[in-house]
Every structure is written in structure tokens, then in C-alpha cells.
Design a protein around this ligand. Structure first.
Ligand code: FAD
Ligand code: SF4
Length: 517
């Protein structure tokens, strides 16, 4: 006689009490299974805060399930490796299946294609049925995206976003977009001028409770040699805290979110951004409730349209779009490398030790908070990696290791696709490449840097600017027929042969010894 009828697997990014998993869960016959996984933590050298975030949120979820009377088989890592079963998840699962003898396994669609395959493989090997239930944590299902994508020559965020706006009736006046325009990007590019931002209330900080403190101690002891630090651990780790973080964002920062969406300022880690991605991605928050809250603020006159539309575009547009891209292009997507980039991430991507003020500040944010806001990701760290020639999968793997919000379905299209142009034109028609001038325009970093953002050659030359021209030079042929790159290539043509020679030599030197820059 089996002791457990069905074993319900809850993965670390599926901490949702309302998911399709629970539809028919019967605590008298079924059981839940969760495991903290050392392989995931060590196969890329994972940020300490990221590890602590996942383990703490999982333990909180476990305790909530137990409080509801659900039997939970939970595998916790301990401070000493020899005291637990720190092997990989598939191995722990195999052992537990032999012990518990369930009739079938049930899981919600994993957010990582590799994990899906691993579970399918384990189930086949164990001779057990594996039921994979749809992930209802999004506005659109993967099939919705596939239907929409069918027969289209190119998949554009804008078209998808408008499709979902119409379908969901979000920010619509009948058939017309609210306010007459589909986007207010032109209002959303303000900078902080020379004075900098006024005081911005940082995201709400949650003091670690006993469960989190236990995890922090375990991570410090067991993974203390990993990058990043733990003394800035303030993330929401359960649903109640996540809802508080959402309320706090809408009340305090949404109003100016749109206007300063693209701006940066040294030492300001969050600006007007929500910092909700980690809570959203492990499913403490549902995107619908986030958007509803933002729309309520708009209806009440508490937030302007440019901010509200800008925010809705991120969640309804980008977030749903990249998920669709992931599931329609995997597994080939992970191996794409359209520009043939081969470098490893530079050493300062692990320790932040660089003289480039923009990169140093973004890396400080990453190391302190396992976070960087979008422009730091795309136009500082991503930009540097693109111009330097980091292999796009290596950049994605680094991203997965260093950010609390990174899950394969969202990191891969953003890191490999959008930022590194690894998938060619699948996510964007041209790479996000720029000189140091872009960073100068959008921030105060260059005023505090030993490099000169305008210079491409010489000892004071800004590495971003040098590498930018080197990048265009190396990829002249790739982009020669791309109309959207015509202006940039024309600028390159203005460089004399001698200047180009110096640019190539300095770019080579940067790649030889990145630690010196
Ligand atoms: P806000 O600026 O407040 O935006 C609101 C929300 O919109 C975010 O919480 C997020 O849920 C959503 N969002 C915005 N842009 C995107 C996008 N391009 N794709 C998906 N969702 C988006 N986001 C992740 O959630 N996980 C990742 O692993 C991730 N990797 C990225 C890698 C690179 C190289 C780049 C350029 C972007 C990446 N993003 C990723 C998207 C975006 O940068 C983050 O979602 C955002 O910075 C998170 O901070 P926030 O919550 O303060 O976002
Ligand atoms: Fe960054 Fe160049 Fe500006 Fe320095 S000068 S902050 S390296 S863009």
C-alpha cells in the first residue's frame, strides 16, 4: 500500500498558495515535497544574498503549508555539508520516492526548461507518472503567445503589448488607448540634472525574522566564500511582506517612476523603481494584483499616466513577452551566439574592483543587494559585456548567479537576447550599444570617473567609448545592411586609420588585462 497517494513538488520559484497545484490537494492522502538544492547554488558561483532569499522564502512557505495542515517533506541545507543531503535535487527526489512510494508526481510548469527535462527524466527512470500543470501566474499562457506569434515575420514587443492591452482592457477607452497614445516614452527620459534627485524613500526594508536569521547564518557558514554580502538583506520573503512592498511602491515611488525610468545617479540603488521583480518571480505577488493596484492609483489621481503606462508596459508588455520568447525558442535559444562573442565575464563582475565609476557603482549595487535597476543592467553592465565580447550564455549564467530575481525564463531572453544580442534579431532589431556619452547624459558617473567619456584613445580614454568603436569595427559586416545601425556605422567611418589602429590596440589591452581598468 502506498503511504503517499501523490507527491506535489514545489520548486523554489513557485511559492504560490493559489497555483494550479492545489486544485485537488488532499492533505489526508497527498504530501508536498520541497528541497533546497546545493547543485543549483554551486554550479555557478551564486551570490550569498540570492541563496538566502530563495531559502528563506521557501522555508516561510513550508511553514505556511504546515500551518494549514499540509504534510511537507522539506530538505533544508545545513551549515555543515556533512550534516545534510546536499546532493542534487533529482537524487534527493529519487531517494524520497523510494521511501514514500507515491503513485504519481505533480508539479506546476517549471520556469526553467532544464529543470523540466530533469524532472521528466527522473519520473521516467522511477517509472512514475509526472503531471505538469499550467503556470497561471501570468496574463498569457504559453499557448496564447504561440497563437499570437504564429505566422508573424517578426515578434515585436509593441505589437504584443497592444494585443494584451486590448484583450485585457487595460488602460483602454473603448478601442483607443487611454490618453490617445500607446506609450509615453518621450515623457520618460528625464535625468536628474546637475543637482541630482531629491530624497527618494528607498523600498521598504524587512527586518530578518528568526527563520531568515537562521538561513543567513547557514549561508554565511556554508557559502561564505561566494560573491556578494548578506548585511543588506531586506527583501520580502512571504506574501504579506510582498503586499506591503507593493503598497509602499505605489504610495511612494510610482508617481515619478515613469519620468526617471532611464536615469541613474551614483549611490542611488533603487531610485523610483519598484524592486518587486524578486517577489513577483518567486510568485509571492501575482502580476494582475500588481497592475490592478497601479491602475487604482491612476483612477484615484495618485499617479500620472506616463508613470502608470510605463509601469504597465514593463509587466504586461516586457515580462509576458520575454516569457513567450523563452518558451517558443527553447532549448536552441540558450546556445545562440549571433555575434560569435567568446570572452568570459571580466573579474570585476565578481568583486566590483574597477576604476570605471559607472561599472563600480552598478557592481556595488549588485554585490550589496543582488539587484541593479534596469538601466544599470542594460546600459552599464550589459553594455560593457556586449562591447567587451562576453559570451552571451556566460553573461546569462553570471546574471543567474548574481541577481535575486533571476529565473531562467526571464534572465535568458533579457541577458542573452536583449542585452547581448545573442539571438540576433529575435528580441531586438539592433544591439543596445553606445559610447560613454549615453552614461554621461543619463547620470553623474562620468563627473566622478578617472576616464573621459568622449575619448576613445589615449590613457584617459573611457573604456566604454573605446570598446564601442572596436565593437562596430569588428561587426561592420554583420550590421552593414541594418538600417537602424546606419548612423552608428557612418560615425565609425569618420575615424582615421590611425585612430582605428589605436582603438583596436587599446581594446585588445582592455581584454588582456581587464583588472587594470
Ligand atoms: P521596475 O523597474 O520597477 O519594473 C517593474 C517590473 O517590470 C519589474 O519588477 C519586472 O517584473 C518587470 N520588468 C521590467 N522590465 C522587464 C523585462 N525586460 N523583462 C521582464 N520583466 C520586466 N528581470 C527579472 O525579473 N529577472 C531577470 O533575471 C532579469 N534579467 C535581466 C537582465 C538584463 C541584462 C536586463 C537588461 C534586464 C533584466 N531584467 C530581469 C529586466 C529588468 O531589468 C528587471 O525586471 C528590473 O530591473 C527589476 O527591478 P524592479 O523590480 O525595480 O523593476
Ligand atoms: Fe563610465 Fe566612461 Fe563615464 Fe567613466 S567615463 S563613468 S567609464 S562612461
Amino acid at each position: 500500500m502506498p503511504t503517499t497517494r501523490r507527491l506535489y513538488l514545489v520548486l523554489g520559484d513557485q511559492l504560490d498558495h493559489r497555483s494550479a497545484l492545489w486544485e485537488d490537494f488532499d492533505p489526508r492522502q497527498d504530501a508536498v515535497w520541497m528541497a533546497e538544492n546545493e547543485t543549483e547554488a554551486t554550479h555557478v558561483w551564486c551570490h550569498q544574498l540570492r541563496l538566502a532569499f530563495f531559502f528563506s522564502a521557501m522555508r516561510h512557505f513550508r511553514d505556511e503549508l504546515r500551518a494549514k495542515g499540509h504534510p511537507v517533506h522539506y530538505h533544508a541545507l545545513t551549515a555543515r555539508r556533512s550534516d545534510d543531503r546536499g546532493q542534487d535535487v533529482a537524487e534527493i527526489l529519487r531517494q524520497d520516492v523510494h521511501r514514500l512510494q507515491p503513485e504519481r508526481l505533480v508539479v506546476v510548469e517549471p520556469g526553467d526548461e532544464r529543470v523540466r527535462r530533469m524532472l521528466q527524466g527522473a519520473a521516467v527512470e522511477l517509472g512514475l507518472a509526472l503531471e505538469i500543470r499550467p503556470d497561471t501566474h501570468f496574463y498569457a499562457s504559453v499557448d496564447d503567445f504561440k497563437d499570437w506569434a504564429q505566422g508573424r515575420n517578426s515578434l515585436l514587443l509593441e505589437t504584443w503589448y497592444r494585443h494584451l492591452r486590448r484583450r485585457e482592457g487595460i488602460l483602454m477607452q473603448g478601442k483607443q488607448p487611454e490618453g490617445g497614445d500607446w506609450n509615453y516614452d518621450a515623457d520618460n527620459r528625464a535625468t536628474f540634472g546637475r543637482e541630482g534627485p531629491e530624497y527618494i524613500k528607498p523600498p521598504r526594508q524587512f527586518t530578518p525574522d528568526a527563520t531568515t536569521r537562521e538561513v543567513l547564518e547557514m549561508v554565511a557558514q556554508r557559502f561564505g566564500d561566494h560573491p556578494g554580502r548578506l548585511d543588506h538583506f531586506h527583501l520580502p520573503v512571504n506574501r504579506e511582506q510582498a503586499l506591503q512592498a507593493l503598497r509602499e511602491f505605489v504610495d511612494r515611488r510610482l508617481e515619478l517612476f515613469g519620468r526617471f525610468q532611464d536615469a541613474m545617479w551614483q549611490g542611488e540603488d533603487f531610485l523610483y523603481h519598484s524592486r518587486l521583480s524578486a517577489a513577483l518571480n518567486i510568485k509571492l505577488l501575482h502580476p494582475r494584483e500588481v497592475i490592478e493596484k497601479v491602475l487604482t492609483a491612476y483612477a484615484g489621481g495618485d499617479a500620472p499616466l506616463n508613470s502608470v503606462e510605463g509601469f504597465v508596459r514593463q509587466i504586461l508588455g516586457w515580462r509576458e513577452f520575454v516569457r513567450g520568447i523563452y518558451w517558443t525558442h527553447m532549448p536552441e535559444y540558450a546556445e545562440m551566439n549571433a555575434l560569435g562573442a567568446q570572452e568570459a565575464v571580466p573579474p570585476f563582475f565578481w568583486d566590483g574592483e574597477t576604476q570605471m565609476a559607472c561599472v563600480r557603482d552598478a557592481m556595488r549595487n549588485v554585490l550589496d543587494n543582488a539587484y541593479a535597476h534596469h538601466i544599470q543592467r542594460l546600459m552599464v553592465l550589459g553594455l560593457f559585456a556586449l562591447l567587451y565580447g562576453v559570451h552571451p550564455r556566460k553573461f546569462h549564467e553570471w546574471h543567474m548567479a548574481m541577481y535575486a530575481d533571476a529565473i531562467d525564463w526571464v534572465s535568458l531572453p533579457n541577458a542573452l537576447g536583449m542585452s547581448q544580442h545573442g539571438a540576433g534579431g529575435i528580441v531586438g532589431t539592433k544591439p543596445y550599444c553606445a559610447t560613454g556619452n549615453y552614461i554621461h547624459k543619463m547620470s553623474n558617473h562620468c563627473d566622478r570617473c578617472r576616464y573621459q567619456y568622449k575619448q576613445a584613445t589615449g590613457e584617459q580614454a573611457c573604456p566604454m567609448t573605446t570598446l564601442y568603436y572596436d565593437f562596430l569595427d569588428r561587426h561592420r559586416d554583420t550590421f552593414k545592411d541594418n538600417q537602424r545601425m546606419a548612423f552608428q556605422l557612418k560615425n565609425l567611418q569618420r575615424k582615421s586609420a590611425d585612430e582605428l589602429k589605436q582603438i583596436r590596440a587599446r581594446a585588445h589591452a582592455i581584454r588582456q588585462h581587464p583588472e587594470r581598468y
